[in-house]
Design a binder for this molecule. Structure first.
Ligand code: HEC
Length: 154
């Protein structure tokens, strides 16, 4: 998809994304689209299963917008990535909501105090130990310098 097509696809599906995620009962699902958004158009994220994504944070995490100069994010930061998929026959569908929540210093020392989760299109929440490892094994590459954050493509 071109940027214009990806934006048009997002306009069609953005309410369906929220409708899917709120089934989880997780409060942020109904709120995050009103938060700070950093991506200007949905972009294809290889690392998250070749889905189109937008990136958001809550106000606590607004330093995210300084990207590599952001420093350590404060506890209470929620970094969110919503996603949608384009199938080979041209249909668009809901993908998972990817969530990183920053906890108090020392809570999860092996992952810089981030808790990772996915809210699936059917509202199921995946946040088991294996998910923590799966997400962190890649995000840790960004490491201490960027507080495990990968930011956006230029
Ligand atoms: C193979 C590497 C990889 C894996 C695995 C991965 N991510 Fe990411 N993540 C990235 C990259 C690269 C970016 C930034 C660019 C992009 O969106 O593709 C990113 C960005 C994010 C962001 C926006 C905050 C930031 O880092 O800038 C969130 C939220 C996120 N990922 C959540 C998750 C969750 C939750 C999981 C596990 C279910 C996960 N990621 C698994 C590589 C990965």
């Amino acid at each position: 998809m071109t940027d214009a097509e990806a934006s048009a696809a997002f306009d069609c599906i953005k309410d369906d994304l929220v409708a899917a995620y709120v089934k989880s009962g997780v409060e942020l699902s109904g709120k995050y689209q009103g938060w700070n958004r950093y991506s200007t158009v949905p972009y294809l994220s290889d690392a998250h299963g070749l889905r189109y994504v937008h990136n958001y944070t809550n106000d606590t995490g607004s330093a995210y917008g300084k990207y590599e100069d952001a420093g350590d994010m404060p506890p209470g930061t929620l970094a969110i990535k919503e996603s949608f998929v384009l199938s080979s026959d041209g249909r668009i569908g809901v993908g998972p909501l990817f969530v990183m929540e920053k906890h108090a210093p020392g809570t999860f020392p092996d992952r810089r105090d981030w808790f990772y989760s996915m809210i699936m299109p059917n509202g199921a929440v995946q946040d088991a130990k294996a998910i923590q490892k799966f997400c962190n094994d890649c995000h840790i590459i960004a490491g201490d310098e960027d507080d495990n954050l990968m930011f956006l493509p230029d």
